[in-house]
Design a protein around this ligand. Structure first.
Ligand code: HCC
Length: 220
């Protein structure tokens, strides 16, 4: 197995994203690819709603090296293909979303579903399986309330299942509360965060900087 690269923690607002994490229902240790805020412009003011950290398996570094090692952080940040290679790469990924502003589960999933459905419609893939996955996602979040400082954990497995867990703080639970077996949802959730129209340009910038640094390090 590829050794874990030595990377630092990141703090977004007051929330720490540790350098490494074990996702729910996983035996693997993933490293922090990058983290940043997700905000919305509300009447001319940028309101920060969530802090999002994206983690990947160490194998991601070797997988990305051939194509991307010669590129700068700026090149990576603006490359749709680079983020596609992360989203579709054959390594485990994990996303932690920590709430800055309070949100209800329904508010959160309505944004996520809107983005995922937009991704599917533009790719021409929206079947009954995806519609069912969306219903399950809504159901899992329905009764949840997320105060500031609480977190949503999403494991994106290599087989295409999405494991969901919740915590009252920034910790990552060992156990998931639900697993949704739908590859399109598993991929598009991550795409909605760091893909072409990703909700967190700050997380994209952070991933581009950190990964470009790692790709330039001496090969392990
Ligand atoms: C997504 C879409 C949104 C978020 C995400 C992934 C997110 C949502 C924040 O992590 C939000 C902000 C204001 C609202 C509702 C949700 O972080 O009213 O695909």
């Amino acid at each position: 197995m590829a050794p874990l690269p030595s990377v630092s923690d990141l703090t977004v607002e007051e929330y720490v994203f540790p350098a490494t994490v074990t996702p729910p229902e996983s035996e693997k240790t993933l490293f922090l690819a990058g983290a940043g805020v997700r905000g919305l412009n509300i009447q001319g003011t940028f309101v920060k709603f969530t802090a999002i950290g994206v983690y990947v398996e160490a194998a991601a570094v070797d997988a990305l090296r051939p194509k991307w090692a010669s590129k700068s952080a700026d090149d990576l940040e603006t490359s749709e293909e680079f983020f596609k290679d992360i989203i579709n790469g054959a390594f485990e990924k994990f996303t932690r979303i920590t709430l800055i502003k309070p949100l209800r589960g329904e508010e959160y999933t309505s944004k996520v579903v809107e983005n995922c459905v937009a991704i599917w419609k533009s790719a021409g893939i929206y079947t009954d399986a995806e519609a069912q996955a969306v219903e399950k996602l809504k159901e899992v979040f329905k009764e949840q309330v997320f105060p500031p400082g609480s977190s949503i954990a999403m494991k994106h497995s290599t087989t295409g299942s999405l494991t969901i867990a919740f915590s009252k703080d920034t910790s990552v639970p060992e156990k998931g509360v639900a697993v949704i077996e739908n590859k399109a949802l598993t991929l598009s959730f991550l795409e909605s965060v760091i893909g072409k129209h990703g909700v967190s340009p700050a997380a994209k910038r952070s991933v581009a900087e950190r990964i470009s640094g790692l790709l330039k390090c001496a090969e392990a």
